[in-house]
Design a binder for this molecule. Sequence first.
Ligand SMILES: *[C@@H]1O[C@H](CO)[C@@H](O)[C@H](O)[C@H]1NC(C)=O
Ligand SMILES: *[C@@H]1O[C@H](CO)[C@@H](O)[C@H](O)[C@H]1NC(C)=O
Ligand SMILES: *[C@@H]1O[C@H](CO)[C@@H](O)[C@H](O)[C@H]1NC(C)=O
Ligand SMILES: *[C@@H]1O[C@H](CO)[C@@H](O)[C@H](O)[C@H]1NC(C)=O
Ligand SMILES: *[C@@H]1O[C@H](CO)[C@@H](O)[C@H](O)[C@H]1NC(C)=O
Ligand SMILES: *[C@@H]1O[C@H](CO)[C@@H](O)[C@H](O)[C@H]1NC(C)=O
Ligand SMILES: *[C@@H]1O[C@H](CO)[C@@H](O)[C@H](O)[C@H]1NC(C)=O
Ligand SMILES: *[C@@H]1O[C@H](CO)[C@@H](O)[C@H](O)[C@H]1NC(C)=O
Ligand SMILES: *[C@@H]1O[C@H](CO)[C@@H](O)[C@H](O)[C@H]1NC(C)=O
Ligand SMILES: *[C@@H]1O[C@H](CO)[C@@H](O)[C@H](O)[C@H]1NC(C)=O
Length: 680
Amino acid sequence: MLKMLSQLIFLLAIGLAAANSDRALNITYNGFRSANLSLDGKAEFTCSGLLKLTNGTEQEKGHAFYPNPITFRNSSSSNASAASFSTTFVFAIIPQYPTLGGDGIVFVLSPTRGLPGSLPSQWLGLFNDTTNGNSNHVIGVELDTILNSEFGDINDNHVGIDINSLHSNVSAPASYLVDNSTDHRNLTLISGKPMRAWIEYDGNQKRMNVTIAPVDIGKPKIPLLSLSIDLSPIIKETMYVGFSSSTGSILSTHYILGWSFAINGPAQDLIISQLPKIPPTGPKRVSKHLTIWLHIIMVTTVSVMASGLFYVVRRKRKFAEELADWESDYGPHRFRYKDLYFSTRGFADKQLLGTGGFGRVYRGTLPTSKIEIAVKRVSHESRQGMREFVAEIVSIGRLRHRNLVPFLGYCRRKGELLLVYDYMPNGSLDKFIYDQPKCTLSWSQRFRVIQGVASCLFYLHEEWEQVVIHRDIKASNVLLDADFNGRVGDFGLARLYDHGTDPQTTHVVGTLGYLAPEHTRNGKATSSTDVFAFGAFLLEVVCGRRPIDLKASAEDVILVDMAFSNWSRGELFRVVDPKLGGDYDPDQVEMVLKLGLLCSNSEPKDRPTMRQSLQYLEGVLPLPDLSSLCHSSGGLAFANRERFVSREGFSDFAMSYASSLNQGFSHSSSITESIISEGG
Ligand SMILES: *[C@@H]1O[C@H](CO)[C@@H](O)[C@H](O)[C@H]1NC(C)=O
Ligand SMILES: *[C@@H]1O[C@H](CO)[C@@H](O)[C@H](O)[C@H]1NC(C)=O
Ligand SMILES: *[C@@H]1O[C@H](CO)[C@@H](O)[C@H](O)[C@H]1NC(C)=O
Ligand SMILES: *[C@@H]1O[C@H](CO)[C@@H](O)[C@H](O)[C@H]1NC(C)=O
Ligand SMILES: *[C@@H]1O[C@H](CO)[C@@H](O)[C@H](O)[C@H]1NC(C)=O
Ligand SMILES: *[C@@H]1O[C@H](CO)[C@@H](O)[C@H](O)[C@H]1NC(C)=O
Ligand SMILES: *[C@@H]1O[C@H](CO)[C@@H](O)[C@H](O)[C@H]1NC(C)=O
Ligand SMILES: *[C@@H]1O[C@H](CO)[C@@H](O)[C@H](O)[C@H]1NC(C)=O
Ligand SMILES: *[C@@H]1O[C@H](CO)[C@@H](O)[C@H](O)[C@H]1NC(C)=O
Ligand SMILES: *[C@@H]1O[C@H](CO)[C@@H](O)[C@H](O)[C@H]1NC(C)=O
């Protein structure tokens, strides 16, 4: 008994396997009343047995697939070509307006049942931007009722064969040939009338034919489309077959009334009388003239509205900026992006003043006040810390000193921060002392710049309501106004403290060569770390070279060391910038160089304050004797510096160092760096 049963099961299994591979598949649906198709999107069966692929909702798609995969290849031979197949179906497309509809129906062969990622509208539920044109192994026959020139459509009423792409391999206006003539009879796909389609592929001839005709006449002998193609590379061993349809902003309802499909043989004829009826299309008996007028009016209105909307949306997006609640306090300091955009002529390349590692600076003129401005665009990925950052920027905006670049305000956009400064006609100091041998600054101009920077730093450290640590004093951050007065700019890294409080530990930022050794050790930016940078700045202005010059001979790479060794040999004047041509006041130069060395002391407590430095520079106080200081600790102090440079921390600063080497303009230090490293 048991044995018989197992034998029976065995036989059944063999039979099933045989049915799968040998006997041709033959599916027929004369109406879908009891059909078991796999539906998704808006596809549904109506109670009358219609397959309704789209339901009258805009921008939707619908899919209906035969639920099981169909074998198109003989798996027992590896390179067997794709099997022949044949299908016929009856469809009807009922448009929303008598002469406008969208978007169409596609008969599909696909390796997947749902066509994942596919889009509605012109994509017909088949593909999306990325999948269109890839080797998706998708074959479609489209009944397309919209003209999409992006896919090379010929008109808004055509039939096409699509292989892996909505760019049809072959297409023709919807029509059929009467058997005994050569005349094409046109068909209107969106007429709402049922029509029949036949699709055949002959695996031996490697030819695919598509034919359509009204439902009440037989199959025309001559196909509408006949494409010679070998589908073997496109058809996978098993494929799903079914329909896809979509709507755009103009609607149609897409119906399939009946469908048959067969492999390796002709598909069964549908029995027209058994097919369900399409619902009445409603009492739309409108006169032809009215229709045409309606059509024209609608198209005009739609296009006017669309272009209006397009303009508004584009404009809105172009000038979009971000405004958080906390920013309402900073009203006067906020600029409108639109104003900045127009003042810099749309950030045109012609307005570009300079490019640094962290942003570009544009020159502009404010539309109403005609004030000349410099706008720095800084990208910021990290939102963290933005609030604190803007708060500080705004406090810094309240600083007033004749040797400060006036900060006018800012604007925040998605991923971008724009900082607005007064325009400084002569650009940054470094250009004059490094780059232009002809047009260098005289000693008296340099001395005035040095005094200006010193007085500005004294103001920042001691005279303002809070202590402001600039953290990035260097020649490229000193700008020159029309009268060649030095003005400290770029407060991107600046920190504020209340007087009398201890500075908090922060991430180390700044530019290599100007960073005080203790700052890299304890992470505290203090006024004496600014003094250290000021020392490096003094030396660079007198010597006309950068604090670290990798191109110099080994013992001269570090400017302080070079200056120190020359001083100890009594040859201090050898380091003075040759571009000055010996035309300088030797007492002033000696004093500035010695002050530079004093400020560069690695021991913070041995550095002068800015108040003292200013007094030395103004000749109010005599400079202390350098030799006593340096004999005790100086040599060691400067040696520390080399150690610090070669410490592992080097790579951290390499970026800002490189940016300071490359930049053409001052406004380019590391704002983003400070946001990122100090946000959290
Ligand atoms: C599949 O191929 C094998 C050998 O190549 C052949 O014997 C068999 O009949 C083929 N089956 C079908 C369904 O073509
Ligand atoms: C429909 O087909 C699927 C897949 O073959 C099957 O799982 C499901 O049971 C079928 N449903 C009906 C009602 O026949
Ligand atoms: C289409 O289907 C959605 C639900 O999928 C339904 O909310 C909507 O009313 C339907 N529209 C029509 C015209 O039947
Ligand atoms: C594979 O194809 C080649 C030529 O197309 C034919 O010579 C060879 O017999 C085929 N192999 C099988 C297993 O069908
Ligand atoms: C397109 O569809 C593919 C497959 O599902 C998907 O990976 C991709 O993200 C989609 N692309 C777009 C632009 O929707
Ligand atoms: C036609 O089909 C082939 C696949 O055989 C495809 O590679 C090619 O891109 C298609 N041509 C056009 C114009 O779509
Ligand atoms: C073409 O066939 C139709 C019937 O299908 C017939 O009425 C007509 O006379 C035929 N015309 C010619 C030129 O044979
Ligand atoms: C059929 O349609 C084609 C293209 O749409 C057009 O050129 C032709 O004039 C139409 N023929 C008739 C008889 O309307
Ligand atoms: C396709 O049509 C041509 C005539 O245009 C015919 O010779 C061929 O047999 C047809 N092929 C199929 C698979 O029906
Ligand atoms: C499918 O069935 C119909 C009618 O039963 C028959 O005429 C046709 O040849 C069959 N097709 C295949 C491929 O077996």
